[in-house]
Design a protein around this ligand. Structure first.
Ligand code: SF4
Length: 341
C-alpha cells in the first residue's frame, strides 16, 4: 500500500486525559494515563507512509488539559503533515478558572466562542461532571470569557431527571444576557446514546416532557422522534447497517494506542487495531477497508431486525434517527458479546 489513501487523516490522540467524568461522556470513561514522551512522533511516523495529509490533535477528551498547552498546540501544528489541526469552539473550563494566561492564549489562537456544558444547577452539575465545583467553574468561566471578549455558549443536556433545572438554566441565561453578556448563546439537546450516555437510557427525555419554553432553543427539535416512531421507520429498512465514512478519516487513539473510527464509543467491537501490536500495513488496510468486528457483524443483521429485536414500541423517549440507529446497533453488539461470553 502506498500513500494513495487520498483523504486527509485526523489523528485525535488521548495524550493527557480529562479532569472530568461526565455521566453523558460519549467516548466512555477511561483512566488518565500519560502516554510516553515520544508518542506523538511515533504515531505520526506510523501513519505517515499511507496518508499525504495528516492533522495531529494531542487531545481526544479535554483540550489544553496539559500544563504546557501553548507549546503543545504549536507542536501539534508543527508535526502535522500538509494539514493543520483546528481549534473549534472548545476550551478547558478547568483551566480557564485556574490559569490567568489561558484566556490570552485562546485569543492569540483565534478562539472567539467557547462552548460550555451544563446538566443542571449546582448539585446536579457537580454530580454529572463528577467533580465538586464544576458548576461554579462553568459560571466563573462564562464571566471570564465575557470580560475578555470571547462569547460563551451554554449547551445543556436534558433528561427526565434534570428537565426542570434546564428550564431554570434558561431563565438564568436570559438574566445573564440582560445583565452583562448579551451575546451568551444557549441551546438544549438530548445527546447521543453512546458511551456513558447509554446508561442514562432509562431517564432519557420523553418527547412530550420537553418543556414548551425550551422548544425554540432545542437543537434539532424538528427532527426529533419518539423511540416508537423510530422503530416504525426502521421496520421498513431491510438493508444491513453500513458505517461508511465519506469524507476525511478521523481516528480516535486511546492512551493505550488502540485505534478507532470516530463513529461511536471506543469499545472492543469497534477497535480497528493497536499501534504497538499491529503492523502499520495491516492496520492501514483495515482503515481503508473499514474493517472492524462491528463492521463485520453489521453484515449479519438488518435495521428492521434490530428495531424488532431491541426497540421498545411503548417508548416515547426522544431520539434523532441516526442516534437511535447507533443505539440499537450497539445494543446488538453488547448482546453478541454476551452470547460469545
Ligand atoms: S464529555 Fe468531555 S469533558 Fe466530559 S468526561 Fe467526556 S471527554 Fe471529559
Amino acid at each position: 500500500m502506498t500513500s494513495e489513501i487520498g483523504k486527509q487523516l485526523d489523528l485525535v490522540v488521548d495524550l493527557y486525559g480529562c479532569p472530568n467524568r461526565c455521566m453523558h461522556c460519549w467516548l466512555g470513561h477511561m483512566p488518565n494515563i500519560r502516554m510516553p514522551e515520544n508518542a506523538d512522533s511515533m504515531i505520526m511516523d506510523y501513519f505517515s507512509p499511507f496518508f499525504s495529509r495528516i492533522a495531529f490533535y494531542s487531545w481526544l477528551r479535554e483540550p489544553d488539559y496539559c500544563a504546557d498547552y501553548r507549546d503543545r498546540w504549536f507542536r501539534d501544528i508543527a508535526i502535522s503533515k500538509n494539514a493543520r489541526p483546528e481549534r473549534f469552539e472548545l476550551a478547558s473550563f478547568y483551566r480557564i478558572v485556574r490559569d490567568d494566561q489561558y484566556i490570552p492564549f485562546l485569543k492569540e489562537v483565534g478562539v472567539r466562542k467557547v462552548q460550555l456544558t451544563l446538566f443542571g444547577l449546582q448539585e446536579t452539575q457537580d454530580r454529572y461532571v463528577g467533580r465538586k465545583g464544576a458548576y461554579e467553574e462553568v459560571m466563573k468561566a462564562s464571566e471570564l470569557l465575557t470580560e475578555n471578549g470571547i462569547i460563551p455558549r451554554w449547551q445543556c443536556f436534558i433528561n427526565e431527571e434534570n428537565r426542570d433545572e434546564i428550564l431554570k438554566l434558561y431563565a438564568l441565561a436570559k438574566q445573564v444576557r440582560a445583565e452583562h453578556c448579551p451575546e451568551l448563546e444557549f441551546f438544549v439537546h438530548e445527546g447521543s446514546c453512546d458511551g456513558e450516555n447509554r446508561r442514562l437510557y432509562p431517564i432519557r427525555i420523553r418527547k412530550r416532557n420537553i418543556p414548551e419554553e425550551l422548544i425554540p432553543v432545542y437543537f434539532g427539535y424538528d427532527n426529533l422522534l419518539e423511540e416508537r416512531e423510530c422503530i416504525d421507520m426502521l421496520k421498513e429498512l431491510h438493508g444491513h447497517p453500513v458505517f461508511h465514512i465519506e469524507g476525511d478519516i478521523v481516528l480516535n487513539i486511546s492512551n493505550t494506542f488502540d485505534v478507532f473510527f470516530n463513529i461511536t464509543h471506543m469499545t472492543a467491537p469497534w477497535k480497528i487495531g493497536n499501534i504497538i501490536a499491529d503492523k502499520p500495513q495491516e492496520l492501514a488496510g483495515r482503515i481503508l477497508h473499514e474493517d472492524t468486528p462491528a463492521h463485520r457483524l453489521a453484515k449479519q443483521v438488518t435495521w428492521a431486525e434490530l428495531a424488532c429485536r431491541y426497540g421498545d414500541m411503548s417508548s416515547e423517549r426522544a431520539f434523532c434517527i441516526d442516534d437511535y440507529k447507533i443505539f440499537l446497533f450497539n445494543t446488538f453488539l453488547e448482546d453478541d458479546e454476551r452470547i460469545r461470553g
